[in-house]
Design a protein around this ligand. Sequence first.
Ligand code: SF4
Length: 271
Amino acid sequence: MIFETTKRETEFPRTFGVKVSAVYRGAFTLPEGTTLEDGELLRKLCRLLVKKILYIYSSYRSKITAKRLSFLRPLSRNTENLEETPIQCFSTRILDDLAICYRRAWFNLNSVPTRIKKEIFDHSKIREKRLKTFFLQEAVKRGLNALNSSLGFFHTRYLIGLRGIADIALAEPFLIIEFCLTPICSIKHILPRVAAYAFAYRLKYGCSPLALIVSSHDLSIAVVDYSNFHYEKVFKELSWLRKIDIKYVTPTYSRYCNSCIYRLRCPKEGS
Ligand code: SF4
């Protein structure tokens, strides 16, 4: 597996200030069907991935430890007993919807029950799941310390909480890793969620992790720069969407409509 390094600036307008600062391209594309049969190949690739990630971590180490915590002051990490407080807590995955389309986020926030969900046998999903498992096994074998990866926080003014589970959270090295099925050039909608995991990690453990996204499509790795994450804007938009009627919510990106699980409920323009 060969990795090339490229610099990439994102122009996606709804990443809330989160950027990809570098991409390490994996030149190895997994053949179709590797999923179920060839565990050895996946294990070998995971060994290479762990090595590569440790190398990336060593290159960024000096840049990620000296960040101040004060700018996170409106955020609180105590999400454990949110059910007993007036705080409304949502899955961190809401941020993917918020990045893609306001209406989609509205449907998610307002828990419209009839989501259209196709239960399909998906090879790439199984492959991703196995990659995660093998990756974690390889990481633990090399003495890396896996954390309980449940991460959350809430905003003290908006009284909205976000809680989720990062695919991999490690201590020493301080790492958040999120796997995705999509090619590395299409990960922009995941960036705010990864930034939220990194902020929650920072609040919980007191240090800034290096945040990475690994595409199981071609085993590329993106380094996420979350230092300018506009979390205030995120909470403001969530707070607004929570209260507003759907008729006032304009869709943001109609090109995602065909694959949207809310498309049959969505009041499309002109219909
Ligand atoms: S169908 Fe399109 S406009 Fe409607 S919620 Fe989904 S992505 Fe947004």
